[in-house]
Write a protein that binds this ligand. Sequence first.
Ligand SMILES: [Zn+2]
Length: 180
Amino acid sequence: MFYPCALASAMLVAGCNASPTNNTAALPETANSTTNQTMTFPVTKTDAEWRQELTPEQYRVLRQADTERPFTGLYWNTKEPGVYRCAACKQVLFTSKDKFDSGCGWPSFSDLASAKTVILRNDDSLGMRRTEVICAHCGSHLGHLFDDGPKPTGLRYCINSASLNFEKTNPPPPNPEEKK
Ligand SMILES: [Zn+2]
C-alpha cells in the first residue's frame, strides 16, 4: 500500500530542514552535545508536570522534540507586530521585527529577541547534521537553526508554532538598532 500524503510530507520536511549548502560553518557556536545530560535550566519541572501544563501537541514538540507538519501551525503566516514567548516557560524568544517569510511553513526568524535566550546543540537525527534550538530558560525544544536566512545575520531560526505563544503588541516593539 502506498501513502502519497505521508511521503510528500516527509519530503517537505526534509527539503525545508536541510540547508542547501549543508554548510554550518557560519552558525553560532553549539553546545557540546556530551554535556546535554548535565545541562541545568532556571525552570525545571517533572515530566508529569509538563504533561499536565502543556497541550498534547505542545508536549510532543517542546518535550519530545517532535516537529509539527509545515503550514499547519498557528504562526507560520503571522505578520502582526508582537513578541513570541516560549510556550513552556513564557520567556520572550523572538519578536515580529525579525520574522520573515521563508516559504517553508514554519515561523522563521533571522535573529533572537535578545542574546542568550536559546541554547544551540548538534542534532544528528534523521541522518543529517542539524543545529537544534532549545530554550535557555527551560530546556524545551523549539526548532532548528540554518544558515540560509536573510542579511545581515544570514540566519534562519526555523521554529515550531507549538513551541511559541504570540503576544500582540501595539505599537510595535522598539527597535534599538534604528537609533544610530
Ligand atoms: Zn522555555
